[in-house]
Design a protein around this ligand. Structure first.
Ligand SMILES: Cc1ncc(COP(=O)(O)O)c(C=O)c1O
Length: 388
C-alpha cells in the first residue's frame, strides 16, 4: 500500500465508528458533507508526537515560545514575509482571530467591517457579536465570484476600519490572484484600513496555483494585516484547536494580546506538541498526497455533476468545499431538507454563508473515493426523482 492510499482508507462504517461530531449530526444512514472536516485518518507522525508528550507528562503550564518560533519560521519560508515569535499569538483554531481582529481594529461605535457575501459564517457572527457594522461586498456566482475592487472601493467610508479576507475563499473555492490581493491592499493602504486574512485553506490548491499571502505584497500592507492559519483543514485535527495569528506590526500585536488575554490562553500542551510536526517537512508527504488525492476527487465530482441536469458550479481553485447551484425550484433550505430525508446525504445550506448563497449547497468533498461515489449516487438518485 502506498502512503497516499491513506486518503482512501475510510469507509462509511469506519467513519461511523470513529469519534467526532460530523458523523453524529444526522442519523447514521446519512452521509454528512456539511462541515469542512475531512474523512481521513490522522497521520502517524501527529499521533506519535501527542503520545510522546503525554508519556513525558507535558501537562503542566508550559511556555509556547518554541512553537511560536516554529510558526514564525514557517511564515517566513512559506508565506514570504519575515516574522519572529513575538509577532505570533496562538489561538484556539482560526475563528477567534476574527473576533480579536475586530476588537483591535474597531474601537468606536459605528465602526465598519467589510464582509464578502457569501463568506464562511463565523466572519458575520464576529461582526454581530462585537456590534460593529458589516459592509457587504457582494460576490456574484454568474460573474465567477470575481473580487470586484471598484465595488469594494464604493463601500468604504471614514468609519471602515477592517476588511475581512478569506483566501482561499470559503465557500466559493476561489483563490485570490496577485491582482485581486493587490487591489484589496491598495484600497487598505490608501484608506488606512486594517485587514484580517484567514488563510486556513492555504495548502489546498488546485492545478498548480500558488497561494499568496496578502501581507507578503509590500511593507505597507504587511503593517496593516493580521493573518491567521491553522491545521484543521490540512491534517483533519480540528479537535486540537490550534491556530496562529500573526501581525508584524508591534502596536497591533500588543493590542491583540491585550484583547485576547481575558478570553483565551493560547492552547493546550497537546496541541503545542503536535504543532511543530505539522509545521515541519516531516509531513510534506501528507501535504503532497492530499493534493494528489483531492485532484482525483475533484475530477470525479466535476464529472458526476456535469451529468446532472439543473446544476452549475464554480470551478474549485482552492479548498475542498464544492459550492454548486441547483435549479430545482427549491430554496437551499428546502433542498437540503429533502436531500437529508430522501437522499440520505447532508451538505450545508448555501444561505448559511449569506444571502448570495441562496440556491447553493456546500459539500465538503474531502473523503475517500468509496464514500464520495456513494454520496454522488445518492445525490443523483434524489435529484432525478425531483425531475419527474
Ligand atoms: C475559512 C475558515 N476559517 C476558519 C475555520 C474554522 O477553523 P478552526 O476550527 O481551525 O478555527 C474554517 C472551518 O471550516 C474555515 O473554513
Amino acid at each position: 500500500m502506498s502512503k497516499i492510499d491513506i486518503f482512501n482508507e475510510r469507509t462509511i462504517e469506519g467513519c461511523l465508528a470513529a469519534p467526532g461530531s460530523k458523523w453524529r449530526r444526522h442519523p447514521p444512514d446519512v452521509i454528512p458533507m456539511f462541515v469542512a472536516d475531512p474523512d481521513f485518518p490522522v497521520a502517524d507522525e501527529i499521533k506519535d508526537a501527542l503520545i510522546k508528550s503525554v508519556r513525558e507528562e507535558d501537562l503542566f503550564y508550559n511556555t509556547d515560545v518554541e512553537i511560536r518560533e516554529a510558526m514564525a519560521d514557517k511564515i517566513t519560508a512559506t508565506n514570504k514575509f519575515n516574522a519572529t515569535y513575538e509577532d505570533i499569538l496562538i489561538t484556539q483554531g482560526v475563528s477567534p482571530g476574527m473576533w480579536l481582529a475586530i476588537r483591535h481594529a474597531c474601537k468606536e461605535d459605528g465602526d465598519e467591517v467589510v464582509v464578502t457575501n457569501p463568506m464562511y459564517g463565523p466572519f458575520s457572527s464576529a461582526v454581530r457579536a462585537t456590534k460593529t457594522k458589516a459592509l457587504i461586498w457582494n460576490l456574484d456566482f454568474e460573474d465567477g465570484y470575481r473580487f470586484d475592487i471598484d465595488a469594494l472601493k464604493e463601500l468604504i467610508t471614514p468609519k471602515t476600519k477592517l476588511i475581512f479576507v478569506c483566501n482561499p475563499h470559503n465557500p466559493t473555492g476561489r483563490m485570490m490572484t496577485k491582482e485581486d490581493l493587490k487591489g484589496i491592499a491598495d484600497v487598505a493602504v490608501d484608506k488606512n484600513i486594517e485587514v484580517f486574512c484567514d488563510e486556513l485553506h492555504e495548502d489546498i490548491t488546485f492545478d498548480g496555483r500558488k497561494h499568496i499571502s496578502i501581507a507578503s505584497l509590500n511593507p505597507e500592507i504587511e503593517a496593516l494585516t493580521m493573518t491567521s492559519w491553522g491545521f484543521s483543514k490540512t491534517f483533519g485535527v480540528a479537535g486540537l484547536q490550534v491556530g496562529y495569528m500573526c501581525s508584524t506590526n508591534k502596536e497591533t500585536m500588543d493590542d491583540v494580546r491585550v484583547q485576547s488575554r481575558s478570553a483565551q490562553r493560547g492552547t493546550s500542551t497537546l496541541s503545542k506538541a503536535a504543532a511543530p510536526v505539522m509545521l515541519s517537512s516531516a509531513l510534506d508527504w501528507w501535504r503532497e498526497g492530499l493534493l494528489v488525492h483531492m485532484h482525483k476527487i475533484r475530477d470525479i465530482v466535476y464529472k458526476r455533476f456535469d451529468e446532472i441536469e439543473g446544476v452549475s458550479y464554480p470551478k474549485l481553485e482552492g479548498t475542498y468545499l464544492h459550492f454548486p447551484k441547483f435549479d430545482y425550484g427549491m430554496t437551499s433550505n428546502e433542498l437540503l431538507e429533502y436531500l437529508v430525508k430522501e437522499g440520505k446525504i447532508g451538505p450545508s445550506s448555501g444561505t448559511g454563508f449569506g444571502t448570495n448563497g441562496e440556491g447553493h449547497l456546500r459539500f465538503c468533498i474531502a473523503t475517500s473515493e468509496v464514500i464520495l461515489n456513494e454520496a454522488l449516487d445518492r445525490l443523483e438518485r434524489a435529484l432525478n426523482k425531483l425531475k419527474r
